[in-house]
Design a protein around this ligand. Structure first.
Ligand SMILES: [Zn+2]
Length: 100
């Protein structure tokens, strides 16, 4: 006779688990005031800009069509071709990005 294990394990339903990492925050192109989810300090994000792959592609296309005297760098200067990365200046945690 095999004994049946007791089935009265209580699941903690209804207890919301608080996620430390916040969902994607709506960052804009400029520094944003936030409370950092990592160090929990109120701060303004530090931003850095990198060009999207499409910016380099546009540079290449402009070069191919003959505008190689500096015009090819125009897409790298346009905000719509850039990605703005937001980091916490206190703990350097990556917080999110803005793509226009
Ligand atoms: Zn932080």
């Amino acid at each position: 006779m095999a004994s049946v294990p007791p089935q009265n394990i209580q699941c903690p339903l209804g207890v919301p688990s608080l996620a430390l990492a916040s969902p994607l925050l709506p960052f804009g192109p400029n520094r944003t005031k936030i409370i950092c989810p990592a160090c929990r300090l109120p701060t303004s994000t530090s931003t850095s800009v990198t060009p999207k792959a499409s910016a380099w592609l546009s540079c290449l296309l402009i070069c191919i069509f003959g505008c190689w005297c500096g015009c090819c760098l125009i897409p790298c200067c346009l905000q719509s071709f850039n990605i703005v990365h937001h980091r916490c200046p206190n703990c350097d945690t990556y917080l999110g990005q803005y793509r226009s």
